[in-house]
Design a binder for this molecule. Structure first.
Ligand SMILES: [Zn+2]
Length: 545
């Protein structure tokens, strides 16, 4: 009997071993494709839903899982921190990408999130290739996949923006490629990844594809059917150089020279088409998803952000850009079906931040909103410190809604740092359109559970962030009176789409709140690999099959 039981146990053990191996083998996709749509608000999915075809956004919803209440859980909601947080599964508090650019307290100058003077440009005569992910302190799920597969699973990052390609791909990427505009119009990289562009990239650059997009941009469908956005002619949009109004159609070939050549394409839906062309070429060029070892392709669509900044959330230009992006997504998914295989790959789609409706438009419909004069804040604060503490130059820098104080000067004057921080908070909160202010001491000594305070804390990096943090009134921005921007902890900036589809993904949807840091742990759980080393999010179990 005893022997029978042992045999049975042995059998079960062996069976479960075999079974587990089988599960691991069958559940791993050949390719994970992460898609980030820069500045995509959640409501772009619902507002333009009836205009989308069946093969893009709707295919993801029809076949996959839709997290309808997905939010950023930190501020500031910018591109650099956004991409880092999606792929590392944590917030600036841990990954250290506190903004696109920030004031470096050590070297006392502003640094760019992916800037790296120790590496060289590849494929461009400009300095645009001097980039690497070294300022990001933690790993991405793509890094963990590389470690797990003994570097056999590849990682490729692609975006118009350097930071949109570099941060997702992580520290161990085979390559990240981004688009050099100006007069070049080429895909480029950095010596961090390679010594020369691979042949397929050179071939792509020489093909003239980018140049072919200098054509007339008109609405894809009759503009009169674009009832989901405001009038084409209004006072809330930025106008391209060389014309009088921001109204369709735009002859891009004519506008090219006056709008910095290839930079112009970035501010049109065709920037997204170039990304799609290049991503499809990368499937072949990099042999992605061609064996059973999972590869990662990170694609970030940047033109949606440029178009939003120019024309604003409510514009016909934004609507047309999303209708066209939907077509590009369909094209990408068909290429994946053909080259990797239907059901052999897994895709997620999200955004790096949302955007606010143009405040001048919101004002016209009586919603509280407006514009902040940043220089005015600095001037008033300097005057205040001069008057109350008889001290000048106590403020080294104000950026990303944070005040950086001169610690040397403070101790020379025998002032107490916390007293100075408190005095600034009390002064700032009296200013018009400043809604909240906190000291770094508060951030360090308090554990917040919710609200804007938690978002500030998740975005606060003790080593890199400033001494005082402040928050503008809702829908107040420091920006031009035309176009939209982002950066706040309000729903218009934090609420973004999160869609999954493909291998290992359930069909369904949820309105339960999910956060952006849940994505990387979910993909890690799907792949059965370690979570990114600083991940603070949780796997979304209802998403996984
Ligand atoms: Zn932006």
């Amino acid at each position: 009997m005893k022997k029978t039981v042992s045999l049975l146990v042995l059998f079960i053990l062996c069976y479960s071993c075999v079974d587990q191996n089988k599960v691991v083998e069958t559940s791993n996709p050949k390719l994970v494709v992460g898609i980030v749509v820069d500045q995509m608000r959640y409501d772009y999915l619902t507002r333009f839903y009836n205009k989308y075809g069946d093969g893009g956004f709707k295919r993801m919803i029809a076949e996959g899982f839709n997290c309808k209440n997905n939010h950023f859980n930190y501020v500031p909601t910018y591109t650099g921190p956004g991409h880092a947080s999606i792929y590392t599964g944590t917030t600036p508090k841990y990954h250290g990408i506190i903004s696109n650019s920030w004031y470096d307290k050590e070297i006392k100058e502003s640094v760019y999130c992916t800037g790296d003077n120790s590496v060289q440009s590849i494929g461009t005569s400009s300095t645009s290739g001097q980039m690497s992910p070294y300022r990001m302190k933690t790993t991405t799920f793509a890094d963990e996949n590389r470690l797990f597969t003994q570097m056999r699973g590849k990682t490729i990052g692609i975006s118009i923006k350097d930071r949109g390609a570099i941060l997702p791909a992580g520290h161990t990427a085979n390559a990240a490629y981004w688009f050099q505009g100006e007069k070049e119009g080429n895909w480029i990289s950095s010596s961090f990844y390679m010594n020369a562009l691979p042949d397929w990239v050179t071939k792509f650059n020489e093909s003239g594809v980018a140049n072919s997009y200098f054509k007339v941009w008109n609405t894809l469908y009759d503009i009169n059917t674009y009832t989901e956005s405001g009038d084409d002619l209004n006072t809330f949009e930025t106008v391209y150089n060389g014309i009088e109004t921001a109204a369709f159609p735009y002859d891009l070939a004519v506008l090219k020279e006056k709008n910095r050549n290839f930079e112009l394409l970035k501010v049109t839906p065709f920037g997204n088409s170039i990304i799609t062309d290049f991503a499809i070429a990368a499937l072949d060029g990099e042999q992605l998803g061609q064996d059973n070892i999972t590869d990662v392709l990170a694609v970030s669509y940047s033109s949606t952000d440029y178009v939003g900044h120019y024309f604003g959330v409510n514009s016909k230009e934004v609507e047309d850009t999303y209708i066209r992006l939907d077509k590009d997504l369909e094209r990408l998914f068909i290429a994946l079906d053909n080259k990797v295989g239907v059901g052999e790959y897994t895709v997620f789609l999200t955004s790096d931040h949302g955007a606010v409706n143009v405040p001048s438009y919101l004002q016209s419909v009586k919603i509280p909103s407006g514009y902040i004069n940043k220089e005015g804040i600095r001037k008033k604060l300097d005057e205040f410190l001069e008057k109350t503490l008889s001290a000048s130059d106590l403020i080294e820098n104000i950026s990303n809604n944070q005040v950086f104080l001169n610690k040397v000067k403070i101790s020379l004057l025998n002032l107490n740092l916390e007293d100075v921080q408190d005095a600034i908070v009390n002064e700032l909160i009296g200013y018009e359109f400043i809604d909240k202010a906190y000291t770094s001491t508060t951030m360090n000594n308090t554990s917040f559970n919710n609200g804007i305070e938690l978002l500030l804390q998740n975005g606060f990096n003790q080593k890199r962030s400033g001494d005082v943090l402040f928050v503008y009134d809702p829908a107040f921005i420091s920006y031009s009176k035309t176009g939209s921007t982002h950066g706040s902890g309000l729903n218009y900036d934090t609420h973004v789409p999160l869609l999954f589809f493909g291998k290992g993904i359930n069909h369904g949807s949820t309105v339960t709140k999910t956060t952006i840091v849940d994505i990387a742990p979910t993909i890690s759980a799907l792949l059965g690999i370690s979570f990114p080393n600083g991940a603070t999010g949780k796997p979304l179990i209802e998403v996984l099959d």
